[in-house]
Design a binder for this molecule. Structure first.
Ligand SMILES: [Zn+2]
Ligand SMILES: [Zn+2]
Ligand SMILES: [Zn+2]
Ligand SMILES: [Zn+2]
Length: 284
């Protein structure tokens, strides 16, 4: 049977049986594609994929694991959700290549569901978040829009030009958790310097200083930064590759993958409660 005949038949059938609806689709005889299969795993609530472990309602409808806890009944049939595992769909899921979560932003990658989280974490199409420390600013957007955002919404941040500057943190003895932020422009790029003070439950204060590039991870690999505290016959320094703002600094600070010092060291280098950190950026 040719494709054309098939279409005509289906059209006639549609017209005869239910002229008012447009939902009945002409069935084609093309083999099921990977895309069709992936479509079966779409969550009816958030349109993300339902991935193993796959649970179904009593009538067999699927819903993803992040929507499920927020629902009282099946979003498709309103029946009870229960906790019926669908092992067959889980087996099928292992054979399907799923598109990246950021496919609508241009990512063409497809991968098995086990590879999805890692890819999406580093996917270059993932939107950038505001690089300012702390979770107060919820801005997200493309890399090109990060600097305009900072200039517009965070006007108070000072920018210094040059590859060798002093980042002066004032009033480092302020109680509680505090962040100091500054921008440094050199080599045609913008870097954000962050000094974060954290107070542990036992009252111990720790300082974390780090540099992030307003750019991709790949671009960040072209640079190195050095942070240095200079005092009377003392010096404390740290050198590393800047982080990309795409990965952010929170994980690095948590892992102490930055310049870390406690408040007694800060006192050794501070003058009148202000701490100067020498920042040098170089290309490598
Ligand atoms: Zn969902
Ligand atoms: Zn259902
Ligand atoms: Zn991607
Ligand atoms: Zn912001």
């Amino acid at each position: 049977m040719s494709f054309q005949e098939d279409t005509v038949q289906a059209k006639e059938l549609t017209t005869m049986s239910c002229p008012a609806t447009t939902s009945s689709k002409a069935r084609s005889h093309t083999p099921t594609t990977n895309q069709d299969l992936a479509g079966l795993f779409e969550c009816p609530v958030c349109f993300d994929y339902v991935l193993p472990p796959i649970l179904q309602c009593q009538s067999g409808h699927l819903v993803c694991s992040s929507c499920r806890p927020k629902l009282n009944c099946c979003p498709t049939c309103r029946g009870p959700l229960g906790s019926i595992r669908n092992l067959a769909m889980e087996k099928v899921a292992q054979t399907v290549m799923f598109p990246c979560k950021y496919s609508s932003s241009g990512c063409m990658a497809t991968m098995s569901y086990t590879e999805k989280p890692e890819h999406e974490e580093t996917c270059e199409f993932r939107p950038y978040s505001c690089p300012c420390p702390g979770a107060s600013c919820k801005w997200q957007g493309s890399l090109e829009r990060v600097m305009p955002h900072l200039n517009h919404a965070h006007k108070s941040i000072t920018t210094l030009q040059g590859e060798d500057i002093v980042f002066l943190a004032t009033d480092i003895n302020l109680p509680g958790a505090v962040d100091w932020v500054m921008m440094q422009s050199c080599f045609g790029n913008h870097f954000m310097l962050v000094l974060e003070k954290q107070e542990k439950f036992d009252g111990l204060q720790q300082f974390f200083a780090i540099v992030q590039l307003i750019g991709t991870r790949k671009q960040a690999e072209n640079f190195a930064y050095r942070l240095e505290l200079n005092g009377h016959r003392r010096r404390l320094s740290w050198e590393a590759t800047p982080r990309s703002i795409h990965e952010g600094v929170a994980a690095a600070i948590m892992n102490s993958d930055c310049l870390v010092f406690d408040s007694s060291i800060a006192q050794l280098f501070a003058e009148n409660g202000n701490l100067g950190i020498n920042v040098t950026i170089s290309m490598c």
